[in-house]
Design a protein around this ligand. Sequence first.
Ligand code: PEP
Ligand code: MN
Length: 267
Amino acid sequence: MSSNNLNLTSNSKILKSTSIPTLISGPCSAESEEQMLQTARGLINDHRVHIFRAGIWKPRTRPGLFEGVGRVGLEWLRTVKQETGLPTAVEVANTKHVEEALEYGVDILWVGARTTVNPFSVQEVADALQGVDIPVLVKNPVNPDIQLWLGALERLNRAGITDLGLIHRGFSTPNNKPYRNHPKWETIQQIRSLAPGIPLFCDPSHIAGRRDLLETVSQQALHLGVDGLMIESHINPDVALSDASQQVTPAGLTKLLDALDLDHEHV
Ligand code: PEP
Ligand code: MN
């Protein structure tokens, strides 16, 4: 495949239905019903938040760390949606995740960086979504390989998914400093020209890895014309069971959004 013949049937609905930029926020991981509800209640105070995210199954680098609460978290997510009206989004990496997320009426799915890197896993997710009409966001692979990212889009599209989006969450490189993952900002232009018309989000949380760098990373992404941001938030970030150092409180998110120039030109 040449890199220029990407031919996707794209019809992005939910992701373009909100004011620009679309903001996705919520905890790295669902931990308890209280944590989910308190976070979501805080987030809806800020009308700039459009979609609530939460990790239900967590792909941890080493076993033995918190690996997510599983199915019960989908119940909490459904309660969040009933109470706040926010559409919900979760990460899926295999057939079981897809089936359970669909069973609980999750609105948007995303494929994580550790899944995009593996075509077998992406194909499994795509097969489980055959005939399902749901928006799917695809994070870049952990390593800076744009072809793998495009390949994941194509696999989902061939399974009939047309409501597609991309999330730039940075790359693992020999030197990511001062960030957790290298932003390689030139990627934004590259992916824009290779996958034109596909909404592009930035995930400053997983690029920065630290709260104090979120503003710089978010502003840079907005200047480059991303369509939306995914920013992790937690009612009490310091005790979060995953990604504690990068999450912000709902009030912290409002402060961050206030500091950003959200009203930028889109490219
Ligand atoms: C996440 O969004 O919590 C996550 C695990 O992200 P990534 O796949 O980008 O590492
Ligand atoms: Mn996270």
